[in-house]
Write a protein that binds this ligand. Structure first.
Ligand code: SF4
Ligand code: SF4
Length: 436
């Protein structure tokens, strides 16, 4: 017990030290490759999109990991493309990151290796078990599996991966038997509830309010069906990736991470976005006692306010830590960027970055990238406690709803064992979750 407590205390002390210096424990997202074998219409890396594909070498990535560990980075994600196209290298890198002391290591898949179409079930099981054994032998903390719709046929058609949903369902018990509890990653899009969930034409409604009310009801039901389906499939953790579109009115954005699109499937108007984030808030609240849902209410609430017509009555979202404490490394040049969106701001090699020279006061809200927006919201009050305690007290007094959500998220995260994907959920504790 004592041996276990010492590293935990060291970790807490190191996090507190960062926060005391007005910095969040860092996060780095490494795009190991931009190669992919799927057809997603909402992503520039789909197999049918012709461009010169790249892959970072293990040596490059190890150098990044060394620098990240030296910078006290807490979370490291390996993204793609499809990361599992490089499975053996990936497992080696996860081991390396774990030995370097990085605590929250994540990666994921589009599920291609779990397709079951016409497969002999024994061959399916041995293929899937082999991959899962490799992943489970590493210090990987969280493993995500993408899913775009509550309707299996729609998801499979979007991804170009027939048979993948049935395969995932059969693979989940194998993951669990190996001590890995994958999370389902929903990339929010217009097909959540079936093809073009909102084939609602605003012109057919007498006014915008009526249209938005119908939009709310349609997406609320779609989210309900989605959570029910993934719970039935055996998932115990869920996360939501907010629509990967960018504010095109911002001329200085040029996404370096091609998991973005201008396709209508992920484009929503400002008014639709305000409603969409309200849908997510209400759906998360409804299902939090049934499955561990990462998406924090604080973040959803602030995004809802950001897009509402009154812009949250002067309450601004918390500062996104992209380019401050969080960075994205692209597969092409292997360079650091403030995030996957700000591709015009090449910061050079990550290991050459001087974090002390970074301006801590930039306030960007150009996109809704959950990887950076969610943790930025969660850590914001703690950072303020040290940097401007008076401002924090004023905020607590004037923005009670936000702080009620913040406390609620914190309590909920404890019930969820902080989303440790190597731990079985404690469903009896989770059942006691209440909104208050
Ligand atoms: S979203 Fe993922 S699986 Fe789909 S094309 Fe893009 S990288 Fe591939
Ligand atoms: S809000 Fe954050 S993730 Fe989005 S463009 Fe700005 S820094 Fe990048």
């Amino acid at each position: 017990m004592k041996e276990k407590m010492i590293p935990v205390c060291r970790t807490l002390l190191s996090d507190l030290k960062s926060i005391g210096h007005h910095r969040s424990p860092g996060q780095v997202i490494v795009q190991i490759t931009d190669r992919c074998n799927a057809m997603c219409p909402h992503c520039g890396m789909r197999i049918s999109n012709p461009f010169r594909r790249s892959r970072l070498s293990n040596d490059q990535i190890k150098k990044i990991i060394d620098a990240a560990a030296a910078n006290g980075v807490a979370a490291l994600s390996f993204t793609g493309g499809e990361p599992l196209l490089c499975l053996d290298d990936l497992t080696e890198l996860i081991q390396y990151a774990g030995h370097s002391g990085i605590r929250f290591i994540r990666t994921g898949t589009n599920g291609f290796f779990m397709r079951i179409n016409g497969s002999n079930i024994d061959r399916f099981k041995s293929r899937v078990t082999e991959t899962i054994e490799k992943l489970a032998s590493t210090p990987l903390r969280n493993f995500w599996i993408s899913m775009d719709s509550s309707v299996p046929e729609v998801h499979e058609a979007m991804r170009g991966l027939p048979g993948v949903i049935g395969g995932i369902e059969k693979a989940i018990p194998i993951f669990h038997a190996h001590g890995l509890y994958p999370s389902v990653n929903l990339g929010v899009n217009r097909n959540i509830g079936g093809r073009f969930t909102s084939e609602l034409d605003p012109r057919e409604f007498p006014c915008e309010t009526d249209y938005l009310e119908a939009f709310y009801n349609r997406y609320r039901e779609a989210m309900r069906q989605f959570y029910k389906r993934v719970i039935n499939m055996g998932f115990t953790i869920a996360n939501t990736c907010y629509p990967m579109s960018i504010d095109t009115s911002e001329k200085d954005t040029n996404a370096v991470y091609a998991a973005t699109a201008t396709d209508r499937i992920v484009r929503f108007t400002q008014a639709e976005k305000a409603v969409l984030f309200k849908v997510l808030m209400d759906s998360v609240t409804e299902f939090r006692s049934k499955i561990r849902i990462f998406s924090p209410l604080t973040s959803l609430f602030n995004l809802h306010r950001q897009y509402s017509s009154d812009h949250g009555n002067g309450h601004t979202p918390s500062r996104c830590l992209g380019g401050i404490d969080y960075f994205f490394i692209d597969a092409n040049k292997g360079n650091a960027f403030p995030c996957g969106y700000r591709g015009n701001e090449d910061m050079g090699k990550y290991w050459d970055l001087n974090l002390k020279r970074i301006d801590l006061n930039t306030h960007c809200k150009r996109c809704d990238w959950e990887c950076f927006r969610d943790p930025s919201e969660q850590i914001a009050p703690l950072l303020q406690l040290f940097s401007s305690p008076l401002h924090l007290i004023k905020q607590v007094i004037t923005d009670r709803t936000y702080f009620r959500f913040w406390m609620n998220d914190l309590r909920y995260y404890r019930l969820c064992q902080f989303f440790d994907g190597r731990k079985k959920p404690n469903m009896s504790k989770l059942a006691f979750y209440t909104q208050k």
